[in-house]
Design a protein around this ligand. Structure first.
Ligand code: SF4
Length: 416
C-alpha cells in the first residue's frame, strides 16, 4: 500500500513541480555545490526532451499522454525502471544536451527541425541537479541520454565525466542507465560501462535502408550495430550489471511488424541484448515527419506481447510467425490467442501435459504452468477451481484443455 502511494505521488508530481521541490530542498551544509540554485528552464527543457526515450514498458494504451494522470509514463523528466536485482526504481531522466549535429527526420533536436533554444549541462551541474533530486527523495537513479552536440566523442566524454563524478566524488551508488551516442569510440564505451549499470544504443529502425531514410547522417552498420557489438564483446571481460538494451521506433519509416520481429530476434540472439523496447511513432511538431500519421499505441502493446512470447514463454519463431497477417502486421488481438487458434489441436490434459505444452495455452503463463507441474506431483487436479487457484485464467484456458473427461466446445476458442 505504502509502495503504491509512493508511485502515485511520483507520477502526479509534474517535472516542473519536481524541480521546484528539489530547489526548495537545497543542501547548503553538504558543500558549496549544493548551495547554488539551478536553471529551472534548462532542467525542464532537457528533462522534457526525453519523453520519446523509453526505459519502461508499463504504460497503458488507455492513458492519454500529457495529462499527468496516474500511471502515465510518457512524460519526460522522471520514469521508473526495474534494476538488475528486480527492484523498481524511479529515475531522473534527462538529456545532457539537446544540441545535435545529426538530421534525424523525427527528432526535434535535429539540425533539419525548427529547433527550440538549445541547452547543455556541465558535468558538475548535472551532478548537482541529480543529487538535489536524490536527496529530496524524488528519484533513486539516473537515466542519461543526449544529442551528440558537435562531436559524439566530446559529448560522450562529458557525460562519462558526469557519472564518474557521481560515483567517485559524490559516492553515488544508485542505478545509472547511460545512452551510448551513435559512433562513439570503443575506449569511451568501455569507460562508460565502468560507471553505468546499463547502457543502450537506440537502433530506431530494423535495417540500413530505413535508417538512410529516417536518419541520413547516421550509418546503421558503423554507428549503431558495430557499437552494440563493441558493448557485447566488452561485456566478456567487463561487468555491466543490468546489461545492454535498445529501442525501436514503430511505424515512422513504414516498416512492418515482421521486420521488427526479425530485428528483435537478431538483437537478442546475435547481439545478446537484455531488452528491446518499442515506441509507437508520434510526430513531433517542427520536424520533417511532423505530418506523418501517429501510430496506434496498441501496435506497440502487441509487439511487447510478441517479445514476451519469444523471451519469456520461449515460443519458437516459426510459431510466433503465425500471429502475423500475410502482409506482415499484427492484428489488435492477443498474439498468443491467435497462435493457439491456429496451432493447438485437441484439448490438453493439464494433469499430463508438459510445461512447454501448458505455456502455449492462453490463460496459462510461466508461473501458473510451473505451479501445475509442481502441484500435480502430490495432488490430483480435477476441477477448474483448482486450476484457478494456481493462477490459470479459466475463461481463456478452458477451450484448450480437457479436465476430468470434460471439455468446452472447440468453437469456444473463437469466442475468447
Ligand atoms: S542523433 Fe539522436 S538527438 Fe540527434 S537528431 Fe538523431 S535522434 Fe535526435
Amino acid at each position: 500500500m505504502l509502495l503504491s502511494l509512493y508511485y502515485i505521488l511520483l507520477h502526479v508530481v509534474t517535472l516542473n513541480k519536481m524541480i521546484q521541490l528539489a530547489q526548495a530542498s537545497a543542501f547548503d551544509t553538504d558543500g558549496p555545490e549544493f548551495g547554488a540554485t539551478f536553471d529551472n528552464q534548462k532542467v525542464f527543457a532537457l528533462g522534457e526532451a526525453t519523453k520519446h526515450d523509453i526505459c519502461v514498458s508499463t504504460s497503458s494504451p488507455r492513458v492519454v499522454s500529457g495529462t499527468s494522470r496516474v500511471g502515465d509514463v510518457t512524460g519526460g523528466g522522471i520514469c521508473h525502471a526495474y534494476a538488475h536485482d528486480g527492484r523498481c526504481v524511479s529515475l531522473f531522466k534527462t538529456l545532457y544536451t539537446n544540441k545535435c549535429s545529426h538530421q534525424c527526420t523525427y527528432c526535434s533536436n535535429a539540425t533539419c527541425s525548427n529547433r527550440q533554444q538549445t541547452y547543455s549541462y556541465t558535468p558538475h551541474e548535472l551532478c548537482r541537479v541529480m543529487l538535489h533530486l536524490y536527496k529530496g527523495n524524488y528519484v533513486e537513479g539516473l537515466f542519461l541520454s543526449s544529442g551528440v552536440g558537435k562531436d559524439e566523442d566530446v559529448t560522450m566524454e562529458e557525460m562519462i565525466e558526469a557519472i564518474r563524478l557521481l560515483r567517485e566524488h559524490y559516492n553515488f551508488a544508485g542505478y545509472i542507465h547511460l545512452k551510448i551516442l551513435p559512433g562513439t569510440d570503443k575506449d569511451l564505451i568501455s569507460r562508460a560501462m565502468s560507471y553505468a549499470d546499463r547502457v543502450s544504443i537506440n537502433i530506431e529502425v530494423p535495417f540500413s535502408s530505413y535508417m538512410d531514410e529516417m536518419s541520413p547522417t547516421k550509418d546503421f552498420k558503423r554507428d549503431i550495430i558495430a557499437r552494440q557489438r563493441m558493448v557485447q564483446s566488452l561485456m566478456k571481460r567487463q561487468e555491466l550489471p543490468a546489461g545492454q538494451t535498445t529501442q525501436l521506433v514503430i511505424g515512422g519509416a513504414g516498416e512492418n511488424d515482421v521486420e521488427i520481429f526479425r530485428t528483435m530476434i537478431r538483437e537478442y540472439e546475435k547481439l545478446g541484448l537484455k531488452r528491446v523496447y518499442y515506441s509507437a511513432f508520434t510526430p513531433v511538431e517542427g520536424t520533417v515527419l511532423e505530418d506523418t500519421p501517429i501510430q496506434p499505441l496498441w501496435r506497440e502493446h502487441r509487439l511487447y506481447q510478441v517479445d514476451w512470447l519469444y523471451r519469456l514463454y520461449h515460443l519458437r519463431s516459426h510459431e510466433i510467425f503465425e500471429a502475423f497477417t500475410d502482409d506482415g502486421y499484427l492484428m489488435n488481438r492477443d498474439p498468443k490467442v491467435v497462435i493457439a487458434q491456429k496451432m493447438l489441436g485437441d484439448p490438453l490434459d493439464p494433469t499430463t501435459a508438459s510445461y512447454e505444452e501448458l505455456l502455449r495455452v492462453p490463460g496459462i503463463g510461466p508461473i501458473s504452468a510451473s505451479r501445475i507441474v509442481s502441484v500435480r506431483k502430490s495432488t490430483h487436479i480435477s476441477t477448474r477451481m483448482q486450476l484457478q487457484a494456481l493462477g490459470v485464467v479459466i475463461k481463456r484456458a478452458c477451450p484448450y484443455i480437457s479436465l476430468g473427461g470434460w471439455q468446452d466446445s472447440l468453437l469456444d476458442r473463437w469466442m475468447t
